[in-house]
Design a protein around this ligand. Sequence first.
Ligand code: GLC
Ligand code: GLC
Length: 809
Amino acid sequence: MKYGHFDDSAKEYVITDPRTPNPWINYLGNEDFFSLISNTCGGYSFYKDAKLLRLTRYRYNNVPADSNGRYYFIKDGETVWNPGWQPTQTELDFYECHHGLGYSRFHSKKNEVEADLTAFVPLHETCEINRLRLKNTGSEPKQLTLYSYVEFCFWNAVDDSTNFQRNLSLGEVEVKDSVIYHKTEYRERRNHFAYYCVNRPIDGFDTDRDAFLGAYGTIQNPKAVRENISGQTMASGGAVIGSHRIVLNLAPGEEQSLIFILGYAENPEEEKWEALNVINKKPALQTIQKFADEKTVDQALADLNDYWNQLLSRYTITCSDEKLARMVNIWNQYQCMVTFNMSRSASYFESGTGRGMGFRDSCQDLLGFVHLIPERARGRILDIAATQMEDGSAYHQYQPLTKRGNMDIGSGFNDDPLWLIAATAAYIRETGDLSILDEEVDFDNNPTKKDSLLEHLKRSFNYTLTHLGPHSLPLIGRADWNDCLNLNCFSKEPGESFQTTGPSEGPVAESVFIAGMFVKYGAEYAHLQELLGNRLEVKRARKAVEEMTEAILKDGWDGEWFLRAYDASGEKVGSSENEEGKIFIEPQGFCVLAGVGVENGYAQKALDSVHRHLETKYGIMLQQPAYQTYHLNLGEISSYPPGYKENAGIFCHNNPWVSIAETVIGRGNQAFEIYRKTCPAYIEDISEIHRTEPYVYSQMIAGADAPKHGEAKNSWLTGTAAWTFVNVSPYILGIRPDYSGLLIDPCLPDSLDGFTARRIWRGCEFEIEVRRADRSNGEQAGTFVDGAKIDGSLVEPDGKQKLHVLKLL
Ligand code: GLC
Ligand code: GLC
């Protein structure tokens, strides 16, 4: 069942039924000011940091779901309705929510009134604009009263939802003309405030939430709206809202437009005040004036559209499979940009108050956006590297505002260091900018301890080699990519961390997954050293990679598939000898994509085993059989009910590894089948089962052991976005940046005869055409550049601005 449809020409998903299984959201904002917005106008806004500088309140886990938001109540006689259906839930005559790139538009109708609400954050501005157009489509004049509504958050979202003894005595506002200023805590240590305004005179306002809602009132049926009168209340302590009251008289056929702005403004310390305890409103008024008329708003929307079209035009394809094209051209790249902006901070599953930036998460996200914003990727790599420790290990997380490592969780996740090589290599493959390797970068954010980025990579590489276990495989530490495989932890008490309790970093537990990573990114490291002409280091690195490959083939092979690990007692994990958790997905995907076992047939065997034991109609499960009980020696993985999360859920992030692995052994049909199974556009028809947005990836889909097999959770902020893009673009479609050229090496399913692509790479526009050779007409496979056949598949631009590449399969 579907709740809407894609509109590819507008690059939108159009929701036509507000009762989606979950709120289906979108992100507004590109730089500093961000908003989450759902298909019913729910969500919240923040400036830079979703925890520390939150403008509006949101209640996670609320009933009914998804409140608060930016709400517009339209009172038309006795009927009260909202353009986004919530919160009144008044049945609409027509409803559509268009989620587009950086904007959301609500189009609805009720009793011959048409509403058209567009919400977006203009480029380079720190505000959200809501343009609301109301039209009388009937033949009689209409008098409507409009009430706007936002509820302000007292900046620190954690304090705001916990420290009530203080909060309830803090709230302060000012109201001037049509602008409501939220200035809680401005009197002392803050020099920023929020404002909410509309571009016309108002007929009343409220800023005191309890007065607006009434005693024990609800946002579904606020007293002020019911009684059709605003109280001109000035919040003092208590909860602070912004609500404007506007009476509109609409002649038949008449349309009026209102521009609301929810903004963030700050003043230099010396210019904080206009008079005693009166805030200096200048920075807000500048923005308000700028967007007072339709023209600037239209222009800002057009600029935003241009920005996205420009960005996405760096990589586009056309092909007969419209779902593939829409994911590659629009939604997958869009989601990669959202993960760049948000990391794992704010979604409808991540509360914006928890984790900072993950070291490994951020490195992997980069694989998905480096081709879009290489300059910003460069800065991101240097920021991440600066949190690395001198011994090559890494803080598992760092704080986005301070860019410092997070002490609470510390280091010891032994896959982390290698991801830095992955990110840096991807950046250099994209840009050719080797100078990044010379950048001097702190260790542990300490400027007295710095060295070149190349040295950082060397320490990443060495970290694995200095942390090998009894089988010469890498020690796992607190966990590897699978945060929940905690082989050194033994946590027994509720509430204890699964990763940081107990010894955490033992001398025995080893990870075959990290071994596969080492083969992949160790080779990448050797390649970089080769480009720099450091022959001895190349030799050393290649030898270490060879030895690791041998160690995997010897002690990391279980007979039909790759082992997952050895636990702290040296017992096998992910082996046919185990009763539960016999086979895991991660080492099959990563060892094979690194090339391990391709020659001796292990690779194919391992992938066949994945197919046999782990594949379901909704994707590949993380392991099987699921753990039925808690295993002290394995940790958090066995804490989840069977079928969920790392305990045999379909953890979408690692499905592309297997799909890539299939391309490595040349099985295009299998690769595509795996890609398709978790790809949102292909499962739009089962939205009632899948439940999350059909335009973006989710972290997890419930596995076969779960009663709700096929149900997804945790949409948007997941490494799945980056990895599926890596899967489909450089591997299935085979447009793969190499150090000196673009490799054109597709591995297509039989269902796809070919495709064309446009790819900007190092300033050269590649026009790529891939199709099957017409052998009956004497055509042969090969790569042709501007008409001339080349040897192999590597196309070097040689200073050209435009190239036409024909690839015959
Ligand atoms: C989450 C984490 C990621 C981890 C994965 C598997 O997505 O953000 O770092 O690799 O779970 O446990
Ligand atoms: C939990 C989750 C895992 C995630 C981790 C992040 O362990 O199960 O998926 O990576 O939290 O800290």
